[in-house]
Ligand binder design. Sequence first.
Ligand SMILES: NC(=O)c1ccc[n+]([C@@H]2O[C@H](COP(=O)([O-])OP(=O)(O)OC[C@H]3O[C@@H](n4cnc5c(N)ncnc54)[C@H](O)[C@@H]3O)[C@@H](O)[C@H]2O)c1
Ligand SMILES: O=CCCC(=O)C(=O)O
Length: 490
Amino acid sequence: MTIGEKTTTNTYLNYINGSWTASSSGEVDKSTNPANAQEIVGYIQKSTAADLDRAVQAAKEAQVQWRKLSGAARGDYLFKTANILEARLNDIAETMTREMGKSLPEAKGETARGVAILRYYAGEGMRKVGDVIPSTDSEALMFTNRVPLGVVGIISPWNFPVAIPVWKIAPALIYGNAVVFKPAQETAVTAAKVIECFAEAGLPAGVLNMVTGAGSVIGQGIIDHKDIKGISFTGSDQVGKLVAQGAVARGAKYQLEMGGKNPVIVAEDADLDLAVEATVSGGLRSTGQKCTATSRVIVQSKIYDLFKEKLLAKVNEIKVGDGLNSDTWMGPCASENQLNTVLSYIEKGKQEGATLLAGGKRITGGGLENGFYVEPTVFENVNRNMVIAQEEIFGPVLALIKVDTIEEALEVANDTKYGLSASIFTQNIGNMLSFIREMDAGLVRINAESAGVELQAPFGGMKQSSSHSREQGQAAIEFYTSIKTVFVKA
Ligand SMILES: NC(=O)c1ccc[n+]([C@@H]2O[C@H](COP(=O)([O-])OP(=O)(O)OC[C@H]3O[C@@H](n4cnc5c(N)ncnc54)[C@H](O)[C@@H]3O)[C@@H](O)[C@H]2O)c1
Ligand SMILES: O=CCCC(=O)C(=O)O
């Protein structure tokens, strides 16, 4: 520890074959608080390929019995886990805020979402998994059944450290798979606390394993491991492409959920106060670090000036600070790397000729000097080809783009490689229908912000935002199982 660092630290271990275990490397990484880089939240294992191997072997052995349990019996473990997570909600949410910076109310909301996801998938153990299909042979019975993949590898990002792991682990388990989970190293303490809930629920040893460590070692190890039959990945499109290439090379199933460059269209007939509220919330909550965050604000020229004035008034009211403080609306960027990425995009925007209307700088005063804070930032005079209109920034930066017509708005909205989420504010049914029909995004929202995912509905993107698969709701069964068609004749 260097001088000035403070810690209440615990060291968090890997969870392998039902035991909390130190890495064979003997090395740990530290997880620090982005609101105050001198505070260490915990130490986490810097694992090796040998640790991963042990986890995969344990999962492989445990899956043999796990898949034989009824869906209801597997569901019971998820119900128990949900109750434990609910009882620990405050502690886990606080850890999340300390580890990645989002405000405590948002962290509590996310943890509560984790509880609801567990209950949803616990119930899924009692729902139908197949269909009876008429055979051409009148004496035969033909139907479909679903079988688990075996061992699945789960690789998750740092921005939703409870919800994303849970929305992958819960369906994987309920459909009879065993899991090897690699969380983002930035939020591995929160992840360990979530896994503690599964362990406390008495999940059989080996069914769920967690191995923390570098993406290039443990993530790549999951991609390459011959005994991992499916990989569910959420993260950047650069790493997602590596997952896809590696999985295809060895014939493993894979699922990718990646970035977004999500637009909101504000039509001239929109309720402007609602549109402003949703743009600020959708673009700047969680410091803009949601894959569904609004980053392009496409506004019809007739109401552009009024919308801009209202938007800037709201943005200027935002209170930035430590997410644990009750008056904080927006916390820091999740890491120094993330802060530097955001600042470099802001510089790029200025160089390309966009006009800075608000923010644009790191915040170092008022007790925030040890954190990775950036001002909520708004640009105008952005054209659709600029880097800030094309690349995912993953920070609190809004780019205003003026258009004349809804047709032009849709054309601009679709003009990126991404297609995750999008929203429109309008009262005109024709505009709504055009948007629903023509917007290339996996999630389209009318008169609602671009962020906000419901656990019972399919979630995923079009174009380069995803592998065209869907997570959550009943859609999850498509990834975590294979269909077996059964023909029976006495
Ligand atoms: N579409 C969605 O559902 C969704 C949700 C949340 C975040 N995201 C995206 O995630 C990104 C931010 O998260 P991030 O910075 O953690 O992403 P990232 O791609 O850097 O990391 C994601 C995970 O991949 C691991 N990883 C890194 N290198 C690897 C490698 N070579 N092989 C295998 N695994 C490796 C990381 O350790 C981490 O666990 C953004 O692009 C965001 O849009 C998408
Ligand atoms: O970061 C991706 C997930 C987004 C999400 O869960 C939400 O918008 O609610």
